[in-house]
Ligand binder design. Structure first.
Ligand SMILES: Nc1nc2c(ncn2[C@@H]2O[C@H](COP(=O)(O)OP(=O)(O)O)[C@@H](O)[C@H]2O)c(=O)[nH]1
Ligand SMILES: [Mg+2]
Length: 362
């Protein structure tokens, strides 16, 4: 049996198996098998595919936001409304995935927006192009999940398709550690109580060829998350849910969407309604801070801030400058929001804030 057939067969078996206590263990094993077979398929594709396979998109700007959603949901319209994108000129292709980039300015930062038209709901979506999709989406700092205001189920279907290619939205990576050893079998330790028994874990481990070693689980995991941890081939990204074509919707419809989806952004890419809110929500989600570097006896450089992720420390800034943390960093001074007083002397662990002025002495 070929790999494709084997995958289809396992997929079919999973969907045909009723979900209950008695089938839990069997299902766990099937899911592990499916995950492993899909990885095998991606590996084969990447070794036999064209030379374009596996190139990540150019990382430009301070952050990258990737746009995903079904065809005709309004991705191109939004990209054109928010960015300088010229899809005729700018687009480039992987073997199965097209990428259309655009740049927008957000609070003084350059943010790259990527439209990946064929990713969801297309002929090849969710099949065979997993590795390429991952290589595109992995570089992103945020996913905009776009749905049509008249077809709210697209949200779930889009999430499902992303799941199938290893993209996990709004989840932290699982806190599970694997340490292989030569012999002695499997030793699973969990620091929290688990709701299913260890033999399910063990079956999954065997499916992955993990026969000897220690497994340390530090959170309550289900089978899916355990497989995610074991596979390693996953991307964990924050997302914003965006409903488009709100210009056509009644107030009632809008209220219903808000009710069902917590805090979605409602926009009309065509009329421009909601786009300012969307820009603000993207900026909030990216959570970037700007730090202005000042030489020890000079003025701060207000023209080109250093841009760092939220929660970054002085040592992160030093690392950005020197390429590694340790080299020559002696001490630093900060002025601004994170400083207790002007020119406060701080250590490597000091947490920086947006708008700080920083001098690193080395
Ligand atoms: N009424 C309305 N139509 C829109 C809106 N955004 C896009 N469209 C239309 O929906 C169709 C598909 O849009 P497009 O941007 O090509 O979708 P894509 O396939 O996701 O890139 C086009 O006819 C657009 O003009 C919107 O906010 N309101
Ligand atoms: Mg399009």
């Amino acid at each position: 049996m070929g790999l494709e057939d084997e995958i289809s067969e396992v997929e079919r078996e999973i969907s045909d198996t009723p979900r209950n206590k008695a089938t839990e263990e069997h299902l766990g094993r099937l899911k592990a098998k499916l995950s492993r077979l899909r990885e095998e398929r991606e590996k084969r594709e990447s070794s036999s595919g064209g030379s374009k396979v596996g190139y990540a998109p150019r990382k430009t700007g301070h952050a990258t936001v990737v746009l995903v959603g079904f065809p005709s949901v309004g991705k191109s319209t939004l990209l054109n409304a928010l960015t300088n994108a010229d899809s005729e000129v700018g687009s480039y292709s992987f073997t199965t995935v097209d990428v259309v980039p655009g740049m927008m300015e957000l609070n003084g930062l350059d943010v790259q927006l990527l439209d990946v038209p064929g990713l969801i709901g297309g002929a090849g979506s969710g099949r065979g192009n997993g590795r390429e999709v991952l290589s595109v989406v992995r570089t992103a700092d945020l996913v905009l999940l776009m749905a049509d205001v008249f077809d709210a189920d697209q949200v779930h279907r889009t999430r499902e398709e992303l799941r199938d290619v290893g993209i996990r939205l709004d989840q932290e990576p699982p806190d599970v550690r694997f340490d292989r050893r030569e012999s002695g079998g499997i030793d699973i330790r969990s620091t929290v109580e688990q709701s299913f028994d260890g033999s399910i874990f063990e079956n999954v481990l065997r499916e992955y060829g993990f026969l000897n070693g220690y497994v340390t689980v530090r959170e309550e995991v289900d089978v899916e998350r355990f497989i995610d941890a074991l596979s390693g081939n996953r991307a964990y990204l924050p997302s914003l849910t965006v409903f488009n074509k709100v210009d056509l919707a009644t107030g009632e419809r809008v209220a219903e969407i808000r009710e069902r989806f917590g805090d979605p952004v409602l926009i009309s890419a065509r009329s421009g309604r909601g786009l300012e809110e969307l820009r603000e929500r993207i900026a909030d989600a990216l959570d970037f801070i700007r730090v202005y570097l000042k030489p020890p006896s000079g003025e701060p450089d207000y023209d080109e801030p250093m841009v760092l992720g939220g929660g970054s420390t002085v040592s992160d800034a030093a690392e950005r400058i020197h390429g590694n943390v340790a080299s020559g960093f002696r001490w630093a001074r900060v002025w601004g929001p994170s400083a207790k007083h002007d020119g406060q002397q701080v250590g490597a662990d000091h947490v920086l804030m947006d708008g700080d002025v920083l001098t690193i002495v080395d």
